[in-house]
Design a protein around this ligand. Structure first.
Ligand code: BGC
Length: 412
């Protein structure tokens, strides 16, 4: 019987984003996108799963699942519904939520931007417009000055490269454009936005005498390998995909070349991992035939998780927090073993030297899954979307994960 025990003080939690769970906020571009019929199952995030009104119940469920931390989002469109107009009530709400988490011994990792943009910002050209940096910085200043005493970890921007790629190249997120050069431009503006806010957060905490925060981004890392390892073209394509999708943004944010010691504007590496691809020249992607797939067709590939953790550690030498890892699973059949295999992969990476300090499973609750809608389930907690109060029930995987947390690892 093998045991996989984690270092003392390891953080165990799960992750949500604001608009995917909260509801009661519709002045953002993802809602408008849904109204245009762009969501696969034709649902929209107007109610999401009522987390905004049910946050106390959700925190009690986190506690029941033994969490010592959780990643939550705050919604820019709610806090700044009109340009330059801030809603104090929204801030009070988030203060209450953070206080309630602390009272249960659950530390907070807070995401300032997770895909959705206020409509007023998208009307001004969104992230194509350099001015977005100024707007984002002003919003961050307001939010951090009002909430920072309750926040240990910040994610400034969630998956900037995915936002640029899906919104400006694949066209699957708003604003639905398809232009390679625009994607590169947006990626670069999102890097400058992070850089601008990184220093600001530290200086606000310092000037108020609050605890020094840890500030980072959540970076989607996808494992790319050549379809045919003997083909030079496949190898070149796969390493270009890795550079473009995995490292370009980071190189800018860190202002450092690989293998140098920590520098730049990340206090930690927030790593989101879901799956990997095989790449055939020029950029055709394939699954690994032999692997189990989830309902979205993504390979379940824990070995790729190990490889990404080691690549990130060897390249950036920053403490790593896994800010998302999970799978889409209608009936919770795959998720328990998915968690087990990925936790074991993470344990191996720690044994091989990677400084990994925490794991946030995606997601706490079934939620509004981006381009797919409410029907695609990623949660440790089942949400009955049909019931009047969106009834919650901890799934088998949630119970299994709670045991891992209780034991600080896997005992069997
Ligand atoms: C995103 C989440 C999303 C999840 C599952 C991540 O890339 O940050 O917002 O729900 O993947 O697709």
């Amino acid at each position: 019987m093998e045991k996989y025990i984690f270092p003392d003080g390891f953080l165990w939690g799960s992750s949500t984003s604001a608009f995917q769970v909260e509801g009661e906020c519709t002045n953002h571009d993802f809602y408008e996108w849904a109204l245009k019929g762009r969501i696969e199952d034709n649902t929209n995030p107007a109610d999401a799963v009522y987390h905004y009104k049910k946050y106390k119940e959700d925190i009690a469920l986190l506690k029941e699942m033994n969490h010592n931390t959780a990643r939550i989002g705050i919604e820019w469109a709610r806090i700044e519904p009109e340009e330059g107009v801030f809603d104090r009530g929204a801030l009070e709400h988030y203060r209450d939520e953070l206080i309630a988490m602390h009272q249960e011994g659950i530390s907070a990792m807070v995401t300032l931007h997770h895909f959705a943009n206020p409509l007023w910002l998208s009307r001004k050209g969104g992230w194509e417009n350099l001015e977005a940096i100024k707007h984002f910085t002003r919003y961050a200043e307001f939010a951090v000055s009002s909430l920072g005493d309750l926040i240990d970890f910040y994610i400034t921007i969630n998956e900037p490269t995915v936002l640029a790629h899906q919104g400006y190249f694949e066209g699957k997120f708003p604003p639905g454009k398809k232009n390679f050069f625009l994607m590169k431009k947006v990626n670069s503006i999102l890097a400058d936005a992070h850089i601008s806010v990184y220093g600001l957060i530290h200086s606000i905490h310092k000037s108020k005498g609050w605890k020094e925060p840890k500030v980072g981004i959540a970076k989607h890392m996808r494992n790319f390998d050549p379809k045919n390892p003997d083909s030079l073209l496949d190898r070149l394509s796969s390493s270009y995909a890795s550079r473009l999708i995995n490292h370009e943004y980071l190189n800018k944010v860190l202002k450092t070349s690989p293998l140098k010691e920590r520098a730049g504007t990340l206090d930690f590496f927030g790593l989101n991992y879901y799956t990997g691809d095989l790449i055939k020249f020029p950029f055709k992607t394939y699954n690994r035939g032999e692997l189990e797939k989830n309902i979205l067709g993504w390979d379940i590939y824990p070995e790729g998780f190990y490889k990404m953790l080691m690549e990130v550690w060897n390249r950036y030498r920053l403490p790593i927090y896994v800010t998302e890892n999970g799978t889409c699973d209608e009936n919770d059949e795959l998720r328990p073993d998915f968690i087990k295999q990925h936790v074991i992969a993470m344990h191996k990476a720690i044994a091989d030297g990677a400084d990994i300090r925490g794991y946030y499973h995606w997601s706490t609750l079934d939620n509004f899954e981006l381009a797919e809608g409410l029907s695609k389930r990623f949660g440790l907690i089942h949400v009955d979307h049909e019931s009047q109060d969106k009834k919650r029930t901890i799934k088998k995987s949630g119970r299994y994960y709670a045991d891992i947390i209780k034991n600080n690892g896997i005992l069997d």
